[in-house]
Design a binder for this molecule. Sequence first.
Ligand SMILES: NC(=O)CC(=O)C(=O)O
Length: 278
Amino acid sequence: MTSRILQVALVQLRVGIDRAKNLENAAKLVKEAANQGAKLIALPECFNSPYGTKFFGQYAEAIPNGPSCDMLSKTAKENQIYLVGGTIPELDSKKYYNTCTVWNPEGNLIAKFRKMHLFDIDIPGGITFKESDILHGGNELATFKVNDILIGIGVCYDLRFEELAKLYRLKGCELLIYPGAFNMTTGPMHWEVLQRGRALDNQVFVMSISPARNEQGYIAWGHSQITDPWGKVLKQAEHGEEIIQGTLDFSECDKVRAQIPIGKQRRTDVYNTVNVNM
Ligand SMILES: NC(=O)CC(=O)C(=O)O
């Protein structure tokens, strides 16, 4: 039987305006995380460019034929790890997406997920943001396997949508990974609790990876986090540049699913009678 234990690391890195420096820093920190023993390493949303609608077009790359994918592929192979490449702005057929790529230890692209729910919110006195001014949302789920563990990907705002997490759970996922960049308004209110909610709803591990906090522009909340299937926060970063490591024991998914069997107790006969559109 293959191992049900996985060493992971989340790389909360500082992002600036210089793409080459961002890539160099990411490669350096991933190597550091791999040297500490992680076999699955994840980067944040927009790890190669500042986060903002005015930057997406300027930094967009084709996938997999751009400098960011080159670095991700090479770094995964050199360090013999699975690498969740945060997100990069993607250009495909004249459309822009906010896209996560996943690489195996041979350096091959094994999954690609385009942020599905776009971050369009307006909190007066807090934050107004409209990704849909430039981005398109993706329409497809993305999963990959490490050993026998099925892993699903979402991006940042996707964390707020329990339906996406549920689809991954129904497919058999035991870990959900969300590269994300919450902000100084929604971060303190919702970042931790959303992850604990998704973990509890679906009895899965949840990991979210933020950029380190910067001083200007869109200010990221930080606090990259690993949550277990009981809803317990196993690790949480502060807001600076930091690597957090974790040991995920997937027998915890088996335990919580057997002891609190909500997966088998769902009343879809009732749920399906209600129109879910609000
Ligand atoms: N930046 C995002 O996509 C999401 C976010 O900050 C929030 O949901 O809050």
